[in-house]
Design a protein around this ligand. Structure first.
Ligand SMILES: Cc1cc2nc3c(=O)[nH]c(=O)nc-3n(C[C@H](O)[C@H](O)[C@H](O)COP(=O)(O)O)c2cc1C
Length: 353
């Protein structure tokens, strides 16, 4: 980046914060996590500059320091300015916790930030950036705990796989964090915080859940991250490298837990079909049904691996078959499918009706 580009970026960050304030929000969070731009300035692996923006720690931190100072000038003191950082111990190029503590302390000592939140992982290898169910709960709190040792003024927020109010309470009560962020938990149930406030945070078996209880996030990444990727794909952004497009339509991206595997399989000539079901095996190929539009096509192959865990639930459809009701069969009522297909098909039918 040239000096002019750096100046433009600093000003753009500051103006974005000003617009947020004018729009009536209470604060902003500066994204300095995951090896995005600000983190790239901080990290010696990516910041090879030998001018006043690189080299010493002070120089590498100049970009974020100037951004926040300029934001403060525009938004005043009565406005929350937080900073998001991340910890990725599996990536040798990423910052160590010790470096991150020093960086956070730098901003804290100068009273530039009101809070800091620490995500897990980075774009170097984002397998537990949005951790799926094989990962343990409460991934972020230990990092928050380490950052708490580095700050005197700022509040520290823990995030990543906290999921439930109980986990949040634990992270705060044990002193690991001052506050917690729950993202997918609140996508699964937008009323999570209010329900927790009213004591509905108890552990409930899924089959016993009533509308007034918290609907728990199961970390499947199907309808939040999966749909997000589907939308990005439709908007023309890059899809997963391991997903060979079969039908030209967008499809849910992998949740990144199997990213490395899919990449490797793609280089070996394996075609991964998602949103698809096999209707027939011919010995030297198969007929595949596209679950998004019900079209079929033949795929030549010498081996076929089926990955499916769902079972079609056809009981109700069968019971209603002889009735006077107008019955439409969708999704799991027809064949084993995924939740995002159900939403797609349900919406399509709803609009038609
Ligand atoms: C659909 C979706 C979109 C996300 N987009 C962003 C994003 O734009 N920026 C960001 O810093 N984190 C993003 N995240 C990551 C979350 O901020 C959070 O770190 C992650 O989901 C782990 O927290 P959780 O276990 O509470 O969901 C996104 C997560 C999801 C599920």
């Amino acid at each position: 980046m040239t000096e002019t580009e750096i100046e433009e970026s600093i000003e753009a960050f500051a103006q974005a914060a000003r617009r947020a304030r004018e729009a009536g929000v209470d604060g902003i969070e500066l994204f300095a996590a995951c090896h995005a731009l600000i983190d790239q300035f901080w990290t010696p692996w990516s910041n090879r500059r030998d001018d006043r923006w690189g080299g010493s720690r002070e120089n590498r931190l100049r970009f974020s320091t100037e951004i926040i100072a300029r934001i403060r000038k525009l938004v005043g003191e009565d406005f929350i300015v937080g900073i998001a950082v991340s910890m990725d111990p599996d990536a040798p190029a990423a910052l160590s916790m010790e470096s991150l503590q020093k960086i956070v302390a730098w901003h804290d000592t100068r009273e530039l930030i009101d809070y800091v939140t620490c995500a897990t992982d980075s774009y170097f290898d984002p397998h537990d950036l949005i951790p799926t169910f094989p990962y343990p709960d409460k991934l972020g709190p230990p990092y928050a705990e380490a950052l708490k040792q580095a700050v005197k003024h700022a509040r520290v927020q823990a995030e990543s796989h906290i999921r439930t109010p109980e986990n949040g309470d634990y992270a705060i009560a044990s002193g690991q964090a001052d506050m917690v962020g729950i993202v997918r938990g609140q996508i699964a149930d937008a009323h999570l915080a209010n329900k927790a406030r009213h004591g509905r945070a108890k552990d409930i078996r899924p089959k016993d859940i009533r509308p007034e209880d918290i609907r728990p996030c199961i970390s499947c990444n199907q309808l939040c991250w999966g749909r997000h990727r589907l939308a990005s794909r439709r908007a023309g952004s890059r899809g997963d490298p391991g997903h060979a497009p079969a039908d030209g339509r967008g499809r849910a991206g992998s949740n990144s837990a199997d990213w490395a595997l899919r990449q490797r399989l793609a280089t070996l000539g394996v075609e991964t079909l998602t949103d698809a079901a096999v209707s027939e095996w011919h010995g030297d190929g198969t007929t595949v049904v596209n679950l998004l539009d019900d079209s079929t096509r033949r795929v030549d192959c010498d081996a076929l691996v089926l990955a499916t865990i769902n079972v079609a639930e056809t009981t109700l459809g069968a019971e209603l078959a002889g009735s006077d009701l107008e019955v439409h069969h969708l999704e799991d009522c027809v064949a084993p499918r995924r939740a995002n297909n159900a939403t797609f098909q349900g919406r399509k039918l709803g609009l038609k009706l």
